[in-house]
Ligand binder design. Structure first.
Ligand code: ADP
Ligand code: TRP
Length: 332
């Protein structure tokens, strides 16, 4: 049995790109009986950015509700909130003692901030908190605590999984085989979903379509998608159309084929957007209702997360005990 682990940090509302690129493939992996899926809300990672209590709480609940609304079965998956597993933090400190500082200096997210500061003629570490600097160590603790074999991530996170592997090797060399060495999985075929402006859909670009907007806002957002000035009745290239890329993710193969023909026949952009709204809304209707129900019942959501934390701690508590013993802490 292989453990597949991944987390999403609550730094914004879950959008279509997160669903297509992260949640959908993770839900598919969860149907494989050879895998034990471990999925969590990385709320302590979110704290490096979201530093308003109500906002962090709301966003964390939103990430949890999204997974459940999209079909995650908490009975089959170990599903929890990172901050409910104190052993992760204990491990994080221990791993910090095995993490060369130079390795952190080279981590992308930190390096990008330093480069930005240098360009802006600021102090290199301006606006950098220690949470951002040690982010990869906490992520290594997330991964190593559950002896993860596979970690599905987006391309930007590959380096973090490699850092976790490095730290694990370093520890194993010193104390003997302890941690499973994780491997990342990147879904190469999964399209990078474009946002309203055609760039990658991302919270950072403010160009997202949040998954659980109500119908009216969803349609309004779809109407905002950038199109070129090809007039109605003129043939359009589906391979060069954000609307078509999005349509492709939600329509049946037959519908996609028909839409291809409509592009060749010169469908107007307004009509193409209407069709897109119709397939997207049909897919999202059910999950949206479930999401709203869960968000309106925070106690119920909390219970699901606490039950998940209990399952996770059945693994983390004894493992942490073993680790403490190995490194020579007083633990008879
Ligand atoms: P954002 O770019 O909005 O901040 P994150 O970096 O938090 O999103 O990404 C969370 C997960 O969603 C990652 O696994 C990432 O690869 C995936 N993801 C984000 N945006 C897209 C997109 N436009 N297309 C496909 N996958 C995406
Ligand atoms: N850093 C990841 C991201 O930004 C989120 C994350 C935290 C994660 N811990 C993890 C992903 C462990 C995979 C495994 O998307």
């Amino acid at each position: 049995m292989k453990t597949v682990l991944t987390g999403i940090k609550p730094t914004g509302k879950i959008h279509l790109g997160n669903y297509i690129g992260a949640i959908k493939p993770a839900l598919q992996l969860a149907t494989n009986p050879d895998y034990q899926p471990v999925y969590f809300v990385a709320d302590y990672h979110g704290l490096t950015k979201t530093q308003n209590a109500n906002e962090l709480r709301e966003l964390s609940m939103g990430v949890a509700a999204s997974w459940l609304a999209l079909g995650l079965d908490p009975e089959k998956v170990i599903f929890y909130r990172q901050s409910d597993i104190p052993e992760i933090f204990e491990l994080s400190w221990i791993l910090a003692c095995f993490s060369p500082k130079g390795l952190m200096n080279r981590a992308h997210a930190y390096k990008a901030l330093v480069d930005q500061n240098k360009l802006a003629d600021k102090e290199p570490d301006d606006g950098v908190n220690m949470g951002i600097f040690t982010y990869p160590i906490l992520m290594a603790a997330d991964i190593l605590m559950f002896q993860s074999n596979l970690v599905p991530v987006g391309k930007d996170q590959i380096q973090h999984v490699e850092i976790a592997r490095d730290i694990a090797e370093h520890f194993n060399k010193n104390y003997g085989e302890t941690f499973t060495l994780p491997e990342f999985i990147v879904e190469e075929e999964t399209a990078v979903l474009p946002g309203l402006d055609g760039r990658k859909m991302s919270k950072s670009y403010n160009n997202t379509i949040p998954l659980f907007e109500n119908e009216d806002s969803l349609y309004k957002l779809i109407k905002k998608i950038k199109t070129d000035s090809t007039p109605p009745n003129e043939p359009k290239d589906p391979n060069d159309s954000i609307i078509f890329s999005l349509y492709n993710e939600f329509a049946t193969p037959d519908q996609v084929q028909r839409m291809r023909e409509e592009y060749a026949n010169g469908i107007g952009w307004g009509d193409a957007k209407k069709e897109l709204f119709s397939v997207m809304n049909a897919f999202l209707e059910g999950p949206r209702e479930k999401y709203n129900e869960l968000m309106a019942a925070p106690n119920q959501l909390n219970e699901i997360l606490m039950a998940g934390a209990e399952k996770a701690r059945k693994k983390s508590v004894p493992f942490m005990k073993e680790i403490r013993k190995k490194i020579g802490l007083n633990n008879m």
